[in-house]
Ligand binder design. Structure first.
Ligand code: BEZ
Ligand code: FE
Length: 329
């Protein structure tokens, strides 16, 4: 671009005190209001972070080296950036902002790096786990909307570790997917399957994120859980998990995913379920009723929450599609 065509005030002699406004000014040529807003806030917070911490060059180089290592260890099956976002509490924060849940609906939680798109569809009664050392578990669930109507035909992705706390993708020589499946809810909103009782496990901690946790004197463990993802047109995509009560890590999850509404007690099948689902009476049983929120209910709540949050911060912005953008583009 011809420099004489750029309509900007001259930018030189920049200082600790005026670098921020000038960086924002040059970025403001951006034509997309949302990108412009996100970059404006990012630059503001990054610069304030450097000013407030009096960041040294050596410290910033340590940060750059760390981020480089996070990138270098990342592959198709090892997503270190997601781990970093998880241990910094950013993943759960973004999920709570983007997928707000009204009272009575099922809360979301962290996705983590172990969801894949290769799970096979399971027939009702099939088992998603082939680990002979796992404790067999029958899982029986219902799926309803906020008005209490059953939801049919929802695609449900479910995944969990084996009894040693590893996901299938963590084994180099695996034959194919295991510990994961896809199901569809039936016309009464019910789905059920066989699995194994989840166990606690450490998130991958042999890389830069593990080093960071060690430096912070934090453990890498997640409490026993099973992941669920629900998709159906017209409903807000729900990524969640169920956690077992009284797990040793229930209140110290390395990635901040546990919410009381997602903590469950395992029971026993008893005579009724034993007969209906063809298991023994003392077979372990997990029962849960999920409630999905419609896209419309979610958009309204997201926009309302954005307005309240931005008013609280005293920011003069417009809310477009539930998201803040500059008031004057
Ligand atoms: C998981 O639960 O699979 C998970 C979540 C966050 C980081 C690592 C693993
Ligand atoms: Fe997990």
């Amino acid at each position: 671009m011809d420099p004489s065509q750029v309509k900007l005030p001259p930018m030189k002699n920049l200082t600790v005190d005026n670098i921020t406004e000038n960086t924002i000014r040059i970025n403001s040529l951006c034509q997309d209001p949302r990108t412009k807003y996100v970059l404006e806030r990012l630059v503001t917070h990054l610069h304030d972070f450097a000013r407030e911490t009096r960041l040294s060059t050596a410290e910033w180089m340590t940060g750059i080296k760390f981020l480089t290592e996070v990138g270098q260890i990342t592959t198709d099956v090892r997503q270190e950036f997601i781990l970093l976002s998880d241990v910094l509490g950013l993943s759960i924060l973004v999920d709570s902002i983007d997928h707000p849940k009204p009272p009575g609906s099922t809360e979301g939680t962290v996705l983590g790096p172990f969801h894949t798109h290769e799970a096979e569809e399971l027939a009702y009664g099939g088992s998603m786990s082939h680990d002979p050392k796992g404790e067999p578990l029958l899982v029986v669930c219902t799926l309803r909307d906020m008005q209490g109507n059953p939801i049919e035909g929802v695609k449900i992705d479910i995944w969990e570790t084996d009894s040693s706390g590893h996901y299938d993708v963590q084994y180099a020589g695996r034959d194919g997917p295991d510990g994961r499946c896809v199901l569809r809810s039936d016309n009464s909103g019910v789905f059920w399957f066989n699995a194994i009782t989840p166990v606690p496990y450490p998130i991958p901690h042999d890389g830069p994120v593990g080093q960071l946790l060690k430096k912070l004197h934090r453990h890498p463990y997640r409490p026993s859980h099973m992941h669920f993802m629900f998709e159906k047109e017209g409903f807000d995509h729900l990524i969640t998990a169920l956690y077992l009560r009284n797990d040793p890590y229930e209140t110290s999850d390395a990635v901040f995913g546990v919410k009381d509404s997602l903590v469950v007690d395992l029971g026993k099948a008893g005579p009724e379920y034993a007969k209906k689902y063809n298991v023994s009476e003392d077979h372990a049983l997990l029962k849960y009723d999920f409630v999905l929120v419609s896209d419309e209910e979610t958009s309204e709540l997201r926009a309302r929450n954005s307005k309240i949050a931005l008013d609280k911060l005293g920011r003069k912005v417009k809310i477009v599609n539930g998201l803040p953008v500059p008031e004057l583009d």
